[in-house]
Design a protein around this ligand. Sequence first.
Ligand SMILES: Nc1nc2c(ncn2[C@@H]2O[C@H](COP(=O)(O)OP(=O)(O)OP(=O)(O)O)[C@@H](O)[C@H]2O)c(=O)[nH]1
Ligand SMILES: [Mg+2]
Length: 402
Amino acid sequence: MAALIISSDKKNLYKKIAIAVIGLLTFYIVFQGASVSSHGNSVSSTQLSAGNSAVKNAKTGYQYRTVSYPKYTGPKEKATFVTLVRNSDLYSLLPSIKSVEDRFNHKFNYDWVFLNDEEFTDEFKDTVSALVSGTSKFGLIPKEHWSFPSWIDQKKAARVRDQMREDKIIYGDSVSYRHMCRFESGFFYRQSVMDEYDWYWRVEPDVLLHCDIDYDIFKFMRENNKKYGFAISIHEYEATIKSLWKTTRDFMELHPEFVHPNNMMDFISDDNGLSYNMCHFWSNFEIGALDLWRGDAYSAYFDYLDQAGGFFYERWGDAPVHSIAAALFLDRSEIHFFDDVGYFHMPFHSCPLDPEVRLRGKCDCNPASDFTFHGFSCTAKYFTVNDMKKPDGWVNQVDAAL
Ligand SMILES: Nc1nc2c(ncn2[C@@H]2O[C@H](COP(=O)(O)OP(=O)(O)OP(=O)(O)O)[C@@H](O)[C@H]2O)c(=O)[nH]1
Ligand SMILES: [Mg+2]
């Protein structure tokens, strides 16, 4: 009987120990071990308390602890979004930022650089900063990057604008549009606020991403040796770049050493370089390596174009200028078509035709609206010259209504 009583006591003791151990383990798992996995890098929940602070009610003296949210702390590239924008564009820019954040950046928290030829207002700075998950930075463009260079004949430039107005060429009479094109061609990557970065993604007002991007796109660029990425390509209006190809050919003659032996001339010319076929990557979306623009080849090319004056005597766009340079100075394998991001800039959509890609990316676009293989696009040519397989159904898009 006595033996039985001792055994019952022991049982109770073991029970209590077991309950205590289970309790401790549960506490540990819930409050210490839990982690939020974010692309292979775990963010410990203990970080949640890192920025906590208390608010105190002035009347009652009670304190209430506020919360802070964990940021992705894994390895990142030296990369930033970059947007040239006016204060007056604020409310057409916000949906662009929100879309890029929701589809991509809230997972990675890359910085965002905003550039303007005028000071940004507090309203602008406060509002965009609230939407960007990384750090927002603001750069004021120096006058010499947003004005007529000394060698430009102002009267001649004004006459061109008058003529282009008469000819109804889009933005043909605009001075600011020309400063914008020259700036995006030769100066955005030289702003001091861009110095710390190696990679950029250009974003404009009124654009949208249609698909989720669950991988670090900048890391993708670096690991695959890509230097320039595009979503949409298109033909340029010839009237805006009448002498751009002649000037480019003169440059190539002066500097044959800059033309890459494995270039993509066959994307921009149908006659082996004799003439330009107007194909260019639509530069309102660009993901690229800044060293492409900072390097010797492009620096010399931009200076040559700038001296020729075509940004003002014609209306050279940054899209053909960037595209010609990428096609000539890069190894063709360094240029990448993003077929999975789904992108919209008025009036064209890039929408993956492959249903698997669309579903994986939770894309919200209609593939029937995809511009990629439309006759006015150049992306079918990009596939052809690089021997890439076009997705099923691409032929149906060639004559699709825009
Ligand atoms: N700070 C500043 N930004 C500008 C100015 N003009 C254009 N931008 C910006 O430069 C980029 C390109 O300008 P857009 O007007 O979109 O040019 P676009 O894409 O060729 O033309 P759209 O088809 O009308 O969009 C956008 O991010 C604009 O916000 C300007 O005068 N000042
Ligand atoms: Mg635009």
